[in-house]
Design a protein around this ligand. Structure first.
Ligand code: NAP
Length: 289
């Protein structure tokens, strides 16, 4: 299969390159700095698609700085909506399957249950609004698509909650971590494996197009996640980790409190059981030391 990846240097993009090459797909992986790799540069993006003639386009590029999106909404919408609409248009024009990543942040974080794919989105920050607009652009385009909503993504040697927590633990005698945000830290490696399963199952099955939720199994608060990380570090014995409410930190963007994604639809459709969040986090922690 010919697979064109955008956002090749991000957490998910990097994992995808490795995983999809391993299983024998023909890959063109473009980073923002590559010709045709900046997804807001519509003519060069289309030229890259026309030249490579992909069977599958995977869009791992996104404006992911949640706080910066509040002060730069048009940049967030350029990347997360308008560029995604262009990719969807190209996918339809060149008969490619578009695999795109959505986010738990399309929900408002209310309640204590798991969010299902058909629950009503209600984003509470600009990032979530821009990502929802991207999803809607894909659905309206009529292209073949799988939108995989994922949560709390992490990978070794990238900046994310897990690697930042490691740095805080090493640098400070005491760290304050929010204890009211629930979700499943999800490994970029596992997301790449999920994409492999999607490609294997959906190429000739347009009936499987749609939105799916994917996350490592189980759920945890950010506070308990950091306690788990600390437990993996012998040098951090006695580390003081203090639970606090989200309201303690005056961040530009509000965060949804309940980010639990229901993954049953994904598991049933693709026959794929995600690892536990602990296994994924452990791998990222060990890979970052
Ligand atoms: N990170 C999370 O916790 C999380 C949670 C839920 C959903 N997601 C979604 O999962 C997907 C993958 O996220 P990730 O964690 O891999 O993000 P990431 O590590 O921040 O990677 C995003 C990549 O997109 C690139 N990019 C930004 N603007 C671009 C543009 N105009 N053209 C081309 N590339 C551009 C970035 O390049 P530069 O490095 O040059 O900026 C970066 O390499 C995204 O759709 C994201 O919204 C992420």
């Amino acid at each position: 299969m010919r697979v064109l990846i955008f956002g090749a240097n991000g957490q998910v993009g990097s994992a995808l390159k490795t995983r999809l090459l391993l299983v024998g797909h023909q890959i063109l992986a473009l980073a923002r700095s590559d010709r045709g790799g900046d997804i807001v540069d519509f003519p060069n993006v289309e030229a890259a698609i026309q030249a490579f003639q992909p069977d599958v386009i995977v869009n791992a590029a996104a404006f992911t700085n949640v706080d910066m999106a509040e002060s730069h909404p048009s940049l967030a919408f350029d990347v997360n909506e308008r560029a995604v609409a262009n990719l969807a248009r190209c996918a339809k024009a060149y008969s490619a399957l578009l695999i795109h990543f959505g986010t738990d942040f399309v929900f408002d974080g209310s309640g204590h249950g798991t969010w299902q794919e058909n629950d009503e989105p209600n984003p509470i920050n600009v990032y979530g609004q821009s990502k929802l607009a991207g999803e809607q652009a894909i659905l309206q385009s009529g292209c073949r698509h799988v939108i995989l909503r994922v949560s709390w993504v992490h990978a070794a040697r990238h900046k994310n909650f897990i690697t930042s927590s490691l740095q805080w633990l090493k640098a400070n005698p005491c760290v304050r971590i929010v204890n009211d945000q629930w979700g499943a830290p999800t490994s970029a490696v596992d997301i790449a494996n999920a994409v492999k399963a999607i490609i294997d199952r959906t190429m000739n099955r347009s009936d499987l197009d749609g939105i799916y939720h994917f996350a490592n199994s189980g759920c945890v608060t950010r506070f308990d996640c950091v306690r788990f990380i600390a437990s993996l570090l012998p040098s951090n014995d006695g580390q003081r980790i203090v639970p606090v409410d989200s309201s303690t930190f005056d961040l530009p963007a509000r965060r949804p409190l309940n980010c639990r994604l229901e993954t049953q639809k994904f598991k049933e459709t693709f026959g794929f059981e995600p690892r536990s969040w602990q296994e994924g986090v452990k791998e990222t922690v060990l890979g970052s030391m």
